[in-house]
Design a protein around this ligand. Sequence first.
Ligand code: NAG
Ligand code: NAG
Ligand code: CU
Length: 242
Amino acid sequence: MKVSILGAAAVLASVASGHTIFCQLKTSEKTYPVSHAIRTPTYDGPQTDVNNNNLACNGPPNPTTPSDKIINVKAGETVSAIWRHTLQSGANDVMDPGHKGPVMAYLKKVSDATKDSGVGGGWFKIQEEGYSNGKWGTDNVINSGGNQQIKIPECIEDGQYLLRAEMIALHGARSVNGAQLYMECAQINITGGKATKKPATASIPGIYKSNDPGLLIDIYNKPPGISSPYKIPGTYRNLSGV
Ligand SMILES: *[C@@H]1O[C@H](CO)[C@@H](O)[C@H](O)[C@H]1NC(C)=O
Ligand SMILES: *[C@@H]1O[C@H](CO)[C@@H](O)[C@H](O)[C@H]1NC(C)=O
Ligand SMILES: [Cu+2]
């Protein structure tokens, strides 16, 4: 009991400085500059209302800047979504380590990645990492210098997509809308896809409910993995295999 209260207090004290932004994409070709083909905000704050349209690609109270760039990505390759505390931060300043929770990535096929708002249907989750062996997905991203590895499925159709990378911090998630959701959308053009599968899709907002067990959770007093496994919010679509 005592330990968990101290832990929570330490986290609260460090929250203001600790948010994060998916600000850069690395492909097998190169690491693109900060904000290249990604709609980045200047303020690194979270979204907290899972029913808000800004859950798709961020937005007020963290207004994002559009980009007219599109990054070419090969189906089947692994890209890195690079996370930083601010647009100026280095690899040793990814996010406050008190921010613990799942990491995931979604795709949505669009006709014009530079213009599509992302709001609405068409999204499918292609990567997720929750809690295992005492580590959260966020711990692993921080420890790898901000790199979230995302394998682009081989089986999907070619074309323009929004790639939405997300990290969720659960330190305040014991009350409704206390989870902090961080996300940005990258604009990509996928080539070399086999077009053998059409994944089931979902809407954003709509992928999460505020009382999902993975979003309304006291990770300090009921640590996942001890009383029950952690349930990552949103449905993962396993598209491996052809
Ligand atoms: C996407 O890639 C294809 C194949 O290389 C290319 O023909 C097309 O112009 C690209 N589209 C964009 C928007 O970059
Ligand atoms: C996804 O499906 C493949 C092939 O059916 C399987 O080998 C793999 O374990 C699955 N991965 C996950 C994370 O469920
Ligand atoms: Cu934060």
